[in-house]
Design a protein around this ligand. Structure first.
Ligand code: ARG
Ligand code: GLU
Length: 725
């Protein structure tokens, strides 16, 4: 059972794999993908990408802060990532008179580089297949829970006995739905300093209107530096630390790219679900995505109105708005793509084919004959609970008054327990942060906009009696209901709440039993935790077991298909080619954009499409230095972004885009609207990742920011002008 995903799979027919789909394991590239990658134009070998015995490209790739990817580009530990990945750091250092968000930031020397308390980067030292040891003693007859505790025990034992160097850590992750396990040995650096960032009008040009869209014109990058102790080992922040000398820094190419050029993306994709059965995909399209979108529609609508009218509210809600709208917009693209490509029907066809081939083998049929049917059936069973979960979680997470109350209850629950002090300071910090960017009026309107959805859409059995009672009490008028709850609540008095948490929370705890909002929220939480969560957990455990069996079955039945594991925030390589796409009949997109396009979108003074004066001047003078390109018709232009068919997802932000020689040609930051469904169903015809062209990054650093000293640290493969022809 355990050998199936090994080398043998790699030798299986290459041709049938859908071109370009997949997030592959770097340690298996040699056996699974090298041939195909070279066929697509790659000039280097799999060993150049990942090698445990000597330096390889992987030594230049970092997990950036646990949520993004970064790449080392100099012998002094310089790291590139996205503007939106560095945004937290940029924001934390910004003040009204040092407005790094609006104006950008550039350290002129090492001394000016800014430390960031919680930021870290992690290198992967090596990846080992530990499936045999982790799955020791596990058998098919086991209950999910027993299986998991045996696995946990094996993993603990494995970690205990793994020999680690100083500063190294290890973790074990499941792959292929738990059919395989890999051990990752890592090295984490904790003194990471902000070196530079463009103004938001470049780094987030187009903001939410352009987010998830192509054609795109965003210079979505920022620059950091890894610092180490004098011995070049990881060290906590100290002014005495020095720039880290990496094992490997990427070489940068100014050559640019042309149609069909090979590209690859090296990074840490977060989560995908590529092996769901048709019923699960149907539910995402018809139930879950629409429910979540509907609630976010309402919440965003309220925020937008206030943000448009009030500059202070705009600042307070900007980051929340961006977060809520990012997934909201992605889900809409996802529905569109899944529908247009007929993903549910394609899954059904795939399942019919699978079933037919299964029947051809008596032994396989005996083992797996029912797995698909069972899996689709459990998904049908979980549907109502999943929908209840979505309505509940989306609602309570968008109404911040609910959040305040839930935090206080969590603190109360920790009373007298050993971790109380820690819980207290954590909640104090979270609540302080929350009130800083909070408006009672906006939150009240969000309540009044969301409760109707909750009352009308949530299944009757999961609407708490308190809600029904209050609704009646206030004349079935949501505004009156909202006013009644928000006009007198102690939880909307930041001083009282923060003081209470700090010293004596008794008054707050009394209010948890009398305040009408508290009565409502706590009843909602109890109902959900008691009636919905256990059911979800039970069904999800069955689904997990069946998905694992289905995955195993696919590898045994569809032996001509190369299978990659779903993303799980571990290091992966995706590859594809530079390519435009046709999103709809009569519509065709090219693969690259230019500064001319920034100027076409320019709206003076607009909060999304303003262009800094200096950039306009550089454009007027065509002062592009060595970064511009000459085209066939004698034009001279500055490339900005490009797209390719690499399979990426959230977490791949900041990932290096590498060319056929393994040189850096761009930084990944997004996907195209029509193709965001690649998390569930990749379709080579419309799924594209979006990268900022490295020439634009260097142009901004050099010509716009005047930080040319940083370029001197970097290694350029080809100087002189490339072209996009
Ligand atoms: N859509 C990209 C991602 O998922 C970029 C998000 C940041 N940009 C924005 N305009 N909100 O992270
Ligand atoms: N913007 C995403 C991120 O932050 C990458 C885009 C995607 O989801 O593909 O990771």
């Amino acid at each position: 059972m355990k050998k199936i995903f090994g080398l043998a799979a790699g030798l299986m027919c290459m041709g049938l794999a859908k071109a370009d789909e997949g997030m592959w394991l770097p340690q298996l590239l040699e056996s699974l993908n090298e041939q195909r990658m070279q066929q697509l134009g790659m000039k280097i070998t799999a060993k150049d990408i990942y090698d445990i015995n000597k330096g390889s490209l992987k030594d230049a790739i970092v997990n950036f802060g646990g949520f993004c990817t970064g790449e080392v580009v100099s012998e002094k530990g310089l790291v590139l990532t996205n503007h939106h990945c560095g945004f937290g750091s940029i924001q934390r250092h910004a003040t009204l008179d040092k407005n790094y968000i609006r104006d950008g930031f550039w350290a002129r020397n090492l001394a000016e580089e800014l430390p960031n308390e919680d930021l870290f980067v992690t290198f992967i030292v090596r990846i080992d297949d530990v499936s045999d040891r982790v799955l020791k003693g596990v058998n098919l007859a086991m209950e999910e829970r027993d299986r998991q505790s045996m696995i946990d025990r094996n993993i603990n034992e494995l970690k205990r006995t793994t020999v680690l160097g100083d500063f190294e850590n290890a973790f074990v992750s499941p792959f292929f739905e738990g059919n395989k396990y890999y051990l990752f040995v890592t090295e984490t650096f904790k003194d990471i300093r902000l070196v530079g960032a463009p103004p938001s009008s470049i780094g987030n040009f187009g903001q939410d209107s352009d987010n998830w869209m192509w054609p795109r014109h965003t210079g979505d990058f920022s620059v950091f530096r890894i610092y180490a102790g004098k011995d070049n080992r990881p060290a906590a922040y100290s002014p005495d630390n020095v720039p880290y000398v990496p094992k490997r820094a990427l070489t940068i190419s100014l050559q640019g790219m042309k149609q069909d050029d090979f590209t690859m993306i090296f990074g840490f994709p977060g989560r995908t679900s590529e092996y769901l059965p048709s019923e699960a995909v149907r539910q995402i399209v018809e139930l879950n995505d629409p429910a979540k979108i509907l609630i976010r529609d309402k919440a965003l609508g309220v925020m937008k109105n206030y943000m448009r009218a009030d500059e202070e509210l705009k600042i307070k809600y900007a980051s929340k708005y961006a977060g809520i709208s990012n997934a909201w917009k992605k889900w809409q693209g996802e529905i569109l793509g899944l529908t247009r490509t007929g993903a549910v029907q394609k899954k059904q066809l795939y399942e019919t084919d699978f079933q037919k081939r299964l029947q051809a083998s008596e032994s396989l049929y005996k083992k797996y004959g029912n797995v698909l049917q069972e899996l689709n059936d459990v998904y049908k069973e979980i549907a109502p609970y999943g929908l209840t979960r979505d309505y509940y979680l989306e609602t309570i997470s968008k109404i911040e008054l609910f959040g305040i109350i839930n935090r206080l209850r969590a603190l109360q629950a920790a009373t007298g327990k050993p971790g109380y002090g820690k819980e207290q300071s954590a909640q104090l910090e979270k609540l302080t942060e929350l009130y800083k960017n909070f408006s009672t009026e906006v939150d009240r309107e969000i309540f009044a906009a969301l409760l109707p959805v909750y009352m009308e859409k949530q299944q009757a059995a999961y609407i708490v009696p308190v809600a029904k009672r209050q609704f009646e009490q206030y004349g079935k008028d949501y505004q009156r209901w909202a006013a009644a709850l928000y006009d007198h609540s102690i939880f909307l008095d930041p001083a009282k709440v923060l003081d209470g948490v700090r010293s004596d929370p008794r008054e707050l705890y009394r209010a948890l039993e009398t305040d009408p909002t508290a009565l409502l929220v706590l009843a909602m939480a109890d109902l959900y935790n008691n009636e919905v969560t256990p059911k979800l957990n039970e069904l999800q455990a069955r689904i997990n077991g069946l998905q694992r069996k289905y995955m195993q079955a696919q590898t045994e039945v569809l032996t001509d298909k190369k299978i990659y594991p779903d993303a799980n925030s571990t290091m992966r390589v995706g590859f594809g080619k530079v390519d435009g796409y046709h999103p709809a009949d009569g519509v065709s997109y090219g693969y690259s954009t230019y500064l001319d396009g920034v100027m076409e979108k320019y709206i003076p003074g607009d909060y999304e499409f303003d262009v800094p004066e200096k950039l306009r001047r550089l454009y007027m003078k065509k002062d592009y230095g060595r970064y511009g390109v000459h085209d066939a018709s004698g034009g001279y232009r500055m490339p900005v972004c490009f797209i390719a068919s690499n399979h990426t997802t959230g977490g791949n932000s900041g990932s290096p885009a590498l060319d056929a020689n393994g040189n850096l040609i761009g930084i990944n930051f997004d996907r195209v609207w029509e193709g965001t469904m690649s998390d569930i169903h990749y379709d080579a015809s419309i799924c594209r990742n979006i990268m900022v062209d490295i020439r634009y990054v260097l142009f901004i650093i050099d010509k716009y920011a005047g930080a040319g000293h940083l370029l001197k640290e970097m290694k350029l493969a080809v100087t002189g002008t490339g072209n996009n022809l």
